[in-house]
Each structure stands twice: as structure tokens, then as C-alpha cells.
Design a protein around this ligand. Sequence first.
Ligand SMILES: [Zn+2]
Length: 653
Amino acid sequence: MSRFYLTTAIDYVNSRPHLGTAYEKIAADVIARYKRLCGIDTHFVMGNDEHSQNVFRKARELGEDPLAYCDRMAAEFLDVWKRLDISFDDFIRTTEARHKAGVQELVKKMTAAGDIFEGHYEGWYCVSCEAFKQEKDLVDGNCPIHRTKPEWIREKNYFFRLSKYTDRLRHHFEWHEDFLVPDVRRNEILRLLESGLEDISVSRAGQAWGIPMPDDPASVIYVWVDALINYLSAVGYGTQPTTVDKWWPADLHVIGKDITRFHAVIWPAMLMSAGLEVPKQIFGHGWVNFRGEKMSKSLGTAVEPLEAAQRFGPDPLRLYLVKEIAFGNDGDFTWERFEDRYNVDLANNLGNLVSRIAAMAERYRGGRLLGPGQPGRLAGIAASCLEDYQKSMDAFALEGGAAAAFRLIDATNEFIAGTEPWVLARDPGKSDALSQVLFDVAESVRVAAVLLLPIMPASASEILRRVGEVKKVSDIRLSDASWRADGERVIAKADALWPRTETSQRSTRVEETKNPGAVPASPAAPVQPPAPAPGAMTPAAAPTDGKIAIDDFMKVELRTAKVLAAEKVSNSRKLVKLSVDVGTEQRTLVAGIAEAYEPEALVGRTVVIVFNLKPAKLMGIESNGMVLAASPEGGKPTLVGFDQEIPPGTRVR
Ligand SMILES: [Zn+2]
């Protein structure tokens, strides 16, 4: 049986986890659950980084014993992870005895290899980063990350001959193209390796909080070196050699993009020095920003993950983070967008579908559906979604996995609309056709739920129960996402999984009543509007002179967008589906310009879109915005264009 050892970065405990921290754990959890779904023996480790001077100072500030403080914080972290349904197999704390044993063992090996030597260090040290900073990296004399002034430190240190490993590291990167992904991170490190590596300090003097150097208890091991070794000590390095043999080397370290240098340079060099294998792969994910700003406790832009999870339960949050952020890129969280996605994906789409099949099964078949013995029309779509899902998930393109599951959900909703079971039900001669349709819908929902198990574990399990899956969830494997056409399904009726959110309903209502009032018709001279052309929109109530205030215009956010991909929407003459770059993110939108433009001719073009338009579904595709075009009477539309290059995301006004 193949095995998979996966880790996340371990966290400093000087503050509670924010949504950015939680994002990493959720993404890693989705990967771990996917591997288990594939039947792979998986070991998923998380932990806390406790030997930090920040932690020590914070505990002192609070008048607490540092270890007691760490115990308390560990309980808080574990509570958050549990409530987000993170399925780690082990949680390591760097103050544990097993970790200390592992750290000292590895440093002894590095010393025996002749790679640790004594010297003096002086330089700028940022306490918050727990790292020395080079003069050239400071911004106005401050740490570029923390915006605080680093301290000038001179002390006796032990050093690691990192420079000795430059060539081996270069070689390793050359021969293992996917050692560090995505490519943008790999390229950063390749540039660093090209410029050559300097030896690094691996100890600190005059500190009591930390793990002592094996032969010099007056020095403690530098917190970063200490922390990296958790990946080994968690699987028994220094205490249980047989488990190390089973799990090492790690298959995947999931980390933030800011700490790739530690993981892709220093860590493998330490392992090479100790004669151990290096991890197979490192994934440097991006940030979740809050309203476009980096999430940070110290900058006051942090979102509490529990608050976000409490809004609708952990699964909608997990889905949002996985589906809305391309794993590896930066993404954004806003409460408005989170609610929008909840309503679109869950309340209106998946949740509604689960309620519909339950209601129809109950009404037309007393809650029992019999397999027709042959796969219906949805089976082919389900198979292609499964294939896409697997491809994406294997490549850690988690957003692609989520999208594949939702492609099947969309197709199932369209299938219901197209087959009209309620019409079939009126004709006794179409009873077999109705049975096939109902079973196919239930089966399609079941397949989608299997695909969603890693992303939304509790909800997907509940959906499986409702559509009559009899296997225990822990026994379900990806092979169970293959289409089944036989057997009986008992479909359970229950409350809506995700009721539409109140807040959004309220805000929609406010807008609906607000709009007519915003442009009042003049009572003095009522103007008879001209008879609208067939199919044209009738203006609700236009002011007499037909003019609007600048404020009204500014409510419409027009922006430039660059077309990345374009394809015709099947079964539609007019519609084309576009993937566009809007500067801050990638979006899908549907435009009625297929008669005037070949899809290939659109790629690379800059268009103008209504950026803040509410999402709308067109032919089952959710369109996030509207493309502007001149539409002459009886002629073909012509896109609004520019006579020079304009970067995507530029406001048009
Ligand atoms: Zn700093």
C-alpha cells in the first residue's frame, strides 16, 4: 500500500490563528482527505512552534510561565482546528521531549559531518521574524514585514556550512522540477541559488527558552532550525527509528510563500548534511487577503476563522477558501463575497438540488428509487467530471477539484430543467422515463458528494446519507464515484442544508425598494414613456430629463479586463464563455458576442466590464460581470476597445 506523509507549517503561539493560518490547514486537510479517499495510507501532521522569543516575551508580559502559556495556547489552537474539521493524525509541539530528542540528534549528525562551527555573528535581527535581516532588505531601517526596527546583535554563534551545499541543492532542483511548486516560488529559489549561499547562524547565546546545543548548553538552537526538525521528530526521529523508516521522506510540506527559503534551501541542506533524504515536494501557497490587504494581527486586518466558520458552519468556509482561491495564488476574503458564494453555490445550487431530489422522490416514488439497470445521460458527464477532479486534485489544483464537482452539480440542475420530471409524472405512459430521471439525479448527487468529501466532509457525508448511500463514509473510496445504475435508494427528506442567508435577503430587499425611490418621477410633468421595442428593458421610472447624478453613475464600476480564454457556450448561438483577468483575480463571464467574434480572436483582448454586477446564471454558467459592446440596431455587437495597452483592472469612467 502506498503511503503519503504530509505536513503544514507549525505556528507561533503568540496570538490565536487568523483566517490566513486556517487557510493553510484547510488546504492541507483537503489534500490529506483526498489521499485517504484514494486509499493511500496517509499521515497528516500539524503542530505549534513554541521556542520563539516572541512566545517567551508574550508569556512574561502576561505574567505566565512560558510552558503554561504554551499549554493554554495549544488548547486554543486545537479547539480551532477541531471546529474547522481538520483531520490531522498527529500534532507536535516543539516543547515536547520527543521533539527535543529529534533536534539534538539531527544537530549531532550535522556536527559529526563537520558542518557546524563556532563563530561570531553581528547584524540586524527582527524579533518578530526571528531572523537576521540584511541591510539591503530593510525599508527605512525597518523590517519590511513587521515595519518595526530590528535590533543590532553581536554574539557567539554556531554556524552551519550552508555554502557547502549550494551545488547539491542546485542539482537537486535541476533534477526534481517539482521539488518546489508552484513555478513562481521555484524560480525565486533558483535565483537565490545562482547568487550563492552563505553559511548561517544556527544558535543563539544568552537565552534560556529553547533547545540547548548538544555540546554547549549555554547556547540554544536557533528557533528556525529547531522548528524545521519537527517534520522528522513527529515521525519518531531520535526516538522511534521504525516509524521514521515508514514515513520519511515526507511527501509534501505545505507552507506559506514567505518561508520557502527556509524549507527549500536550509531544510534540505540540513538533511543532506545529516545523511537523510530530502522531502519529495514543497508547496508554497499564497495569502488570503482581507479586502485586498494582507491579513495580519499586528496590522489589524485579521479575520477570526471561528467567526467565519460560525457564520454558516465550517464547510461553507472550507469550500469558499478552496474553490475561490487558486491554490498557490493569493486570494481575497470579504464577508460580502463569502455570503454571495454561500448563496450561489450552496443555498441556491447544491442545497436546492438535494432538497429537490428528496421532494420529487417522496412525491412520485414514496422516497424509494429503483436503479433502472442502465446509466442515463448524466453518467457520461459524471465520468468526465471525475476525471477532471482526479487530474486537478493529483496536481494540488484544489480549486479545479471543487470546480469539477460543481460542474456535475450544474449539469444535474440543467438535466432536471431539461427533462421536466413534473411533466413526465402527469403521463402514466412515461413512468419508466420518470424512474430513470429520478434515479439519475440521485446518483449524480451521490457522485458529486463523493467528490466533495475532502472539501466539505460533514456536509458531503450528510448528502450521501440523504441520497441513500449505505456504505460507511470512512469506507468510501474514490472508486465509489463511479456511476451505479442498480439497486434501491432510500431518499431521506430533511430540512434544507443551507438556507439562504438572511443578511443578503435583507440587503437585496433594501436595494429593490431603494432603486425606484432613487430616481423619482416628477409629479409635475408625467412623461409617457415610448412603447418599448419587443424584448427591450422597460425603465422603471426615469427622471423627466433622463439624466442621472454622477453618484449614480459611479455606482457602476467599469473596469478593464484581459481575456485569458474563450469558448462558445454549447447550445447557444450568441453566448461565449470568457475567462478574464480583472487585475485582482480571474473571473468567468458570459457575453452575447459569439455571432460577431470567434472565441480565438478574443483571447488576449482587453475589454471593458461591469465589475460590480451581481453574479447571474446564463445557460448554467455563472457570469461574474458584463462585457460592454456597442450594439447597433439589427447589426452585430462591437466590443469597446482602446488604442493602447491598458493593464487589467483599470477603472473606466
Ligand atoms: Zn520582521
